[in-house]
Design a protein around this ligand. Structure first.
Ligand code: G
Ligand code: G
Ligand code: MN
Ligand code: NA
Length: 258
């Protein structure tokens, strides 16, 4: 209840200050250069940061995820437009199931793309999860086709967990598969995880999708991913979610050999 009140107040007030959008780097495993970033919202209430793990589910239940999602998309697009495409090739934005199911979602996305003046819409990636598909009573494939028709790319988030199935992989016009961190943590010491990663890479490639491994915290896991042929990754080992200027500083700093 306290979190809901704080979220409502934040949406009614100065959103830039109370709902900052942070960015976590996504890197090429071969070059270790930043190839993109995931936008991750925070809630600042009474001077403290509340985790989206707490308030995003609550925003889903109450419907506040609609104005929240619009705020995140607008903020992320403004930041992406201010970055040239060499500094930051793309930004990836999470879209919750309820947000995607809203009738106004595609018109909102279209309007925000026009408003920010981004010349290449493929620099925007939307991350969706399989729960988006279940029991929503909407034709999700039509909605995803409409998003693709705008030139925006799609990523399957948390792939490999929960209800994410091969049907999902086959039925969604996705460009990117984000392999859940449960398959990445401890990969270097786990033959089964390595086998799963190899299989997902093979499957994704056959379907013209690229793979981003999530949750890389250790150098050994980054190395094992690279050896398996995984093209890209994100995780604390490469960088935590940061405010845009801090991410800029990280990108422009000469890289030490890992
Ligand atoms: O940043 P953190 O790891 O604490 O995020 C926790 C969860 O909140 C993750 O599942 C993440 O996808 C989700 N999340 C973060 N930012 C957003 C957002 O802007 N929109 C939605 N729908 N989910 C978000
Ligand atoms: O559900 P989604 O994949 O969007 O969640 C992204 C969340 O994962 C963010 O909240 C982010 O803070 C978190 N995250 C990013 N990198 C790591 C990592 O290396 N380890 C852990 N435990 N969490 C991470
Ligand atoms: Mn995500
Ligand atoms: Na994920």
């Amino acid at each position: 209840v306290a979190a809901e009140r704080a979220l409502r107040a934040a949406l009614d007030g100065d959103r830039v200050d109370s709902l900052p959008v942070w960015f976590q780097p996504i890197v090429s495993l071969q070059t270790r250069q930043v190839i993109g970033a995931e936008a991750l919202v925070r809630l600042r209430a009474d001077g403290e940061l509340v985790s989206p793990g707490v308030f995003v589910p609550l925003a889903e239940e109450t419907g506040l995820v609609v104005p929240l999602g619009e705020h995140v998309l607008r903020t992320a697009l403004a930041q992406l437009t201010s970055w040239d495409d060499e500094t930051m090739p793309y930004v990836s934005v999470n879209v919750s199931p309820r947000q995607l199911a809203e009738a106004g979602f595609v018109p909102m996305l279209t309007a925000e793309l026009a408003r920010c003046g981004l010349s290449d819409p493929s620099r925007l990636v939307l991350e969706i999860t399989e729960t988006s598909m279940l029991g929503r009573g909407i034709d999700l494939s039509e909605r995803l086709d409409a998003i693709k028709a705008l030139g925006v790319r799609l990523a399957l988030d948390d792939f490999g967990t929960g209800y994410s199935s091969l049907t999902w992989l086959q039925s969604v016009p996705a460009d990117i598969v984000k392999l859940d961190r449960s398959f990445v943590v401890g990969l270097a010491q786990d033959q089964d995880k390595a086998a799963i990663i190899t299989a997902v890479l093979w499957l994704a490639r056959a379907m013209n999708m690229t793979v981003i491994a999530e949750g890389v915290e250790e150098a050994a896991d980054a190395q094992a991913l690279e050896a398996a042929g995984c093209p890209a990754a994100q995780g604390w080992y490469f960088g935590r979610p940061l405010e845009a200027p801090a991410l800029d500083a990280l990108i422009s700093r000469p890289r030490q050999a890992p």
